[in-house]
Design a protein around this ligand. Structure first.
Ligand SMILES: [Zn+2]
Length: 478
């Protein structure tokens, strides 16, 4: 707590400065978002404030003291259902001290921070209440009757490196589904791009398309769709790829809708991560706008961990090329299918440095479904008919890619081996630094068969070129 009123010489100066900065910031509105594991409260302010947060037990409460704060909104209109908050009260303790009290039905861990104004909002005070682990929905427990005999240690759990996708356990003999992680861009505090008249929010369009895409993917034999975001709440970009990895994703698809300063801009595009930053100015501009999400949601400097970044750098070198080739391949298939139902902004998969695509081991694409800033496209994007058509074209591209390139151990791989799925040969999209010999080695095919499958007269290949990978006796062997 700051001693603003202390009447020492230094204190007087501080008090004068503080009074200047903190003079009567009003809390103008309060917003609330419920995520699966936390509740976010956002207080919209007329200016910056100092604050402190502490918890009280029996009964559980959280107290937020706001220096220089004044209440100028009602708190009783917030919907608290499905949150641990049972009530919010406020009291003006002095002209310069506002106290907010949250009554709670469960113990939570609070985190709070201030956010500076951005394009959409002014000064904000954000209070995140994280549910405690024990309060999470009960997971099935191992039966307690079958205690291991004394001295018998249970079989060790195989350690999965933090970076590798944690494939979900599958019963012996059963073939697993191909898992598509579907990421609805933005959410909660971060509305994303706004449609004409600020009526249509990108976050709502992306969630609607994502849910439809999940429904369609689940209807595909051998596929399972997993939503990264299931409701209207904010998830930091790095957390999104983390969630995809936990769900054992074979592919990460991030759904967005563009905005551009020029209202006439239109068309859908698909992005994959670039090897070295953005490949075009448009791509660069977009990458910046999409990456802003973390700054808007306030995760910017909280989620970045230096060790993480170093590890990510190493992993990136090791496995990026392989997954980038797949990203470009699946991206191109999605783009061609989208071209049947909506105009395209660019005919080729673009590459940019989107943070959300930086999952070195999971092929990842970002689909811009159209320009929400264009009145015609905004109108289309808001209809379930167009959302379904977009989802159908993404599903078709994903299906084509995995029917041609099924991960080993999946039902689709088995069906393909049994000739029950007829798809073209496996494909590889050439990325920079690759040679024909290297690609032959990776797919365990001979250089000569690779040459003849692609009718190559020399071993010179171009970045972005799609190669057919022939099936050989070697394929499928251990
Ligand atoms: Zn977006």
């Amino acid at each position: 707590m700051r001693m603003l009123a202390r009447m020492s010489g230094v204190g007087l100066v501080l008090a004068a400065l503080a009074a200047d900065v903190l003079a009567a910031s009003e809390i103008r509105s309060v917003r609330l978002w419920r995520a699966p594991d936390n509740t976010r409260l956002v207080f919209d302010l007329s200016g910056p404030v100092q604050h402190s947060v502490f918890t009280l037990a029996a009964p559980n409460r959280i107290v937020i003291d706001v220096s220089g704060g004044q209440m100028s909104t009602k708190l009783d209109q917030l919907s608290l259902s499905n949150t641990p908050i049972t009530g919010i009260r406020s009291a003006q303790r002095s002209p310069n001290e506002l106290r907010l009290v949250l009554d709670l039905s469960a113990v939570v861990t609070p985190k709070s921070f201030s956010l500076a104004p951005n394009q959409q909002y002014g000064h904000r005070l954000v209070v995140d209440l994280f549910d405690q682990e024990s309060a999470a929905p009960s997971t099935p427990q191992a039966p307690q009757v079958t205690q291991p005999a004394a001295g018998v240690t249970p079989p060790p759990v195989v350690a999965v490196p933090g970076s590798a996708p944690a494939k979900l356990p599958v019963a012996p003999g059963a073939k697993r589904d191909i898992v598509i992680a579907i990421d609805a861009g933005h959410g909660g505090e971060d509305p994303g791009a706004l449609g004409p008249g600020r009526k249509l929010y990108e976050k709502n369009v992306t969630l609607a398309i994502a849910k439809e895409l999940q429904r369609q993917i689940n209807a595909e034999k051998g596929f399972r769709g997993e939503l990264v975001r299931t409701g209207d709440y904010f998830i930091p970009l790095r957390k999104r790829t983390e969630i995809a990895r936990k769900k054992g994703a074979d592919l990460f698809v991030s759904i967005h809708a563009d905005a551009a300063p020029r209202a006439a801009a239109f068309g859908a595009s698909v992005y994959a991560l670039s090897e070295r930053g953005a490949t075009s100015e448009t791509a660069r501009w977009l990458a910046d706008a999409e990456n802003q999400s973390d700054l808007i949601g306030g995760a910017g400097n909280v989620s970045l961990d230096d060790k993480d970044r170093m590890l990510a750098g190493v992993l990136l070198d090791l496995s990026m090329t392989a997954s980038l080739s797949s990203s470009l391949n699946v991206g191109q298939k999605v783009l061609s299918n989208m071209g049947h139902i909506t105009p395209l902004h660019k005919r080729r998969v673009e590459q940019a440095g989107f943070m959300v695509l930086k999952s070195p081991d999971i092929p990842s694409i970002l689909v811009e479904t159209g320009f929400i800033s264009n009145p015609n496209e905004a109108k289309k994007l808001s209809t379930s008919r167009h959302q379904q058509a977009l989802a159908r074209s993404i599903t078709a591209g994903v299906r084509q890619f995995f029917h041609q390139n099924p991960p080993p151990g999946t039902l689709i791989a088995v069906l393909r081996d049994q000739g029950k799925i007829t798809a073209g040969p496996r494909e590889h999209v050439v990325t920079s630094g690759e040679s024909l010999a290297l690609i032959a080695q990776r797919y365990q095919v001979s250089l000569s068969s690779l040459r003849s499958a692609n009718a190559l007269k020399s071993d010179t290949i171009k970045v972005g070129q799609t190669l057919s990978i022939p099936a050989t006796a070697l394929a499928g062997q251990p």
